[in-house]
Design a protein around this ligand. Structure first.
Ligand code: PGA
Length: 288
């Protein structure tokens, strides 16, 4: 059972005027989490159908009572059907890991939005750094896929993040700002508000190196300010921004406690019931 969460409301404040200040742990108890947290497991290219069912049945047992946050699991395409049936009566939601920018038709190897909707998929991860790197996905392509997702009532989780070389060259904001602007290009204000962004520093993915809370909060604040410059402060305050990159049970709560961090995109630690369940529980658990 997940202990109930009590985010004690503080008078609403304009975060964009607060600056990229990090929250210390005691602040968590009075933090105004005005955006609903979204914690997603990206299983990447892992799990047979039988293994996926084992994992999802364990997660169902552990997370049956979690209603305070959106919990999304993103199996490979081959396991979507089985996992969809398995989570039908649970609070878990289903995500896919990619989507074509096209609909049905002569596009060998692609997955159209209607195929995902047919399996009750609600979210789709787009522009993950592994796809940007290995499939040469561009911001423009990610933007077309995001538009296709929205047009078909799928929520895109759009990933951005700098490499280690880019961070060391002090061009993180330039890189991430370009990715955010390019990957959201052409979306309406309403669509941007409904999009989930995921800040995933490439140097932290699968490496065991996590961004510090200060590094994460700084970039999340920056991303929110880019969205504000594009679509205004209301949209910037509404859009949810996940952190991804070696999120684990031991660091999730502190990372997700930062004012501009609205959830996590979890890779390696989402492949095992105990780790993913503890990420969710540790984050939501009230310490008082
Ligand atoms: P990781 O992956 O948690 O294994 O670092 C995160 C991701 O790639 O989404």
């Amino acid at each position: 059972m997940c202990p109930s969460v009590r985010w004690i409301k503080t008078p609403s404040k304009n975060r964009l005027e607060l600056g990229p200040k990090t929250a210390t742990l005691p602040d968590l108890l009075v933090m105004d989490k005005e955006r609903r947290l979204i914690i997603a497991g990206n299983w990447k290219c892992n799990k047979t159908v039988a293994e996926a069912l084992d994992l999802v049945n364990g997660l169902k047992r552990e997370l049956v009572a979690v209603t305070e946050a959106d919990i999304v699991i993103c199996p490979p395409f081959t396991a979507l059907d089985a996992v969809s049936k398995a989570i039908f009566d649970s609070p878990l939601r289903l995500g896919a890991q990619n989507l074509s920018e096209q609909g049905y038709g002569a596009f060998t190897g692609e997955i159209a939005p209607g195929m995902l909707r047919d399996l009750s998929v609600r979210y789709v991860i787009l522009g993950h750094s592994e796809r940007r790197q290995y499939q040469a996905e561009s911001d423009a392509l990610v933007a077309r896929k995001a538009a296709n997702a929205h047009a078909n009532n799928l929520v895109p989780i759009v990933c951005v993040g700098e490499t280690l070389a880019e961070r060391e060259a002090s061009i993180t904001e330039k890189v991430v700002g370009t990715q955010v602007r390019g990957s959201l290009a052409g979306l309406t204000v309403e669509q941007v508000e409904q999009t989930v962004l995921a800040y995933e520093p490439v140097w932290a993915i699968g490496t065991g190196k996590t961004a510090t809370t200060a590094q994460a909060q700084e970039v999340h604040f920056f991303i929110r300010s880019v969205v504000a410059s594009l679509h205004g402060e209301t949209t910037a305050r509404r859009i949810r921004i996940q952190y991804g990159g070696s999120v684990k049970p031991g660091n999730a709560r502190e990372l997700l406690g930062q004012p501009d961090v609205d959830g996590a995109l979890v890779g390696g630690a989402s492949l095992e019931v105990r780790n993913f369940a503890d990420i969710v529980k540790n984050t939501l658990q009230a310490t008082a």
